[in-house]
Design a protein around this ligand. Sequence first.
Ligand SMILES: [Zn+2]
Length: 161
Amino acid sequence: MKRIIIHWTGGTYQPNTHEWECYHYLINGDGVVVEGKYTPEDNLNCTDGKYAAHTGGGNTGSIGVAMCGMYVPNKTSVEKTKYPLTKVQCERCFKLIAELSGKYNIPITVQTVMTHYEFGLKNPRTSSAGKIDINWLPPYVVSSFEVGNFIRNKARWYLTH
Ligand SMILES: [Zn+2]
């Protein structure tokens, strides 16, 4: 596996069946990690239809981790969600990133651990362009452009604690 891409589901605090198929790991609103339908290794080959389709243009070799939440009805701004990411959920996600980094020997760098939002900014010709997960972490004070660095620093901390 070459990288980890972090998402929110845009759903409720519990994964639905579709979300369960789209990510390798989902963290529910209570901070419990749910394994998805597909394993990370299923994304080594994305030509057979049996893989977690979490990042348009970037699924091959990528582990997809998603925090459950942030649902808003169509055209409502994300700040109005009734399912804002929770602190216990975010911290469990950061710890999971550290665990996966160790297990798969993936260094925690901007090239190898990124949000879907960052992937879209770097790959504007893919269907990931314009994705907003994750440009806001409700439990913390951090600007959109710093969310990726914030998550990487948290994961680095968990790697050594
Ligand atoms: Zn995403």
